[in-house]
Design a protein around this ligand. Structure first.
Ligand code: ZN
Length: 151
């Protein structure tokens, strides 16, 4: 099912999302939600999509990885950020028509659970680092326009 994407300005987009318990991850309802989240990202051709963008204030994101894989990250947490930063132009399905440069750490380490609730650690570079930092910001009510240095 294609979900409705909230657009800025919207109060829900500014709220902090909550951690998902192990039981909830495995629930049929949450599994269906993840399917819908992935389907919605593909439908709107996003690089990634975070649950709160669809009005569901849960710490879950999906990204369209470079190899074409659709990857879910539940309760993602950045555990390390590189000192080196890069500037890349970003856009967002929740802020249609706006694109601008954002400076972010080049590399990050994250820990997260997959859709089966299994914990992982991952080192992210380049594209996946950039997309995940943007999506994880959504879980804390932060939009890329807050960090944009130039339109
Ligand atoms: Zn976004």
């Amino acid at each position: 099912m294609i979900l409705n994407i909230l657009t800025h300005p919207n109060n829900t987009l500014r709220k902090k999302s909550s951690v998902i318990s192990a039981d909830e991850i495995l629930s049929a309802e949450f599994q269906k939600f993840l399917d819908d989240l992935g389907e919605t990202m593909v439908e709107f051709d996003g690089a990634g999509l975070a649950a709160p963008q669809t009005g569901n204030l849960k710490r879950a994101v999906v990204i369209h990885a470079e190899d074409g894989e659709i990857k879910f990250y539940v309760n993602p947490k950045i555990t390390y950020k590189s000192l080196r930063r890069s500037i890349v132009e970003e856009g967002c399905l929740s802020v249609p028509g706006v694109f601008g440069d954002v400076k972010r750490p080049k590399k990050i380490w994250i820990k997260y659970q997959d859709r089966k609730g299994i914990g992982h650690k991952e080192r992210c570079d380049l594209y996946s680092s950039r997309v995940l930092q943007h999506e994880i910001d959504h879980l804390d009510g932060i939009l890329f326009i807050d960090k944009m240095i130039k339109k």
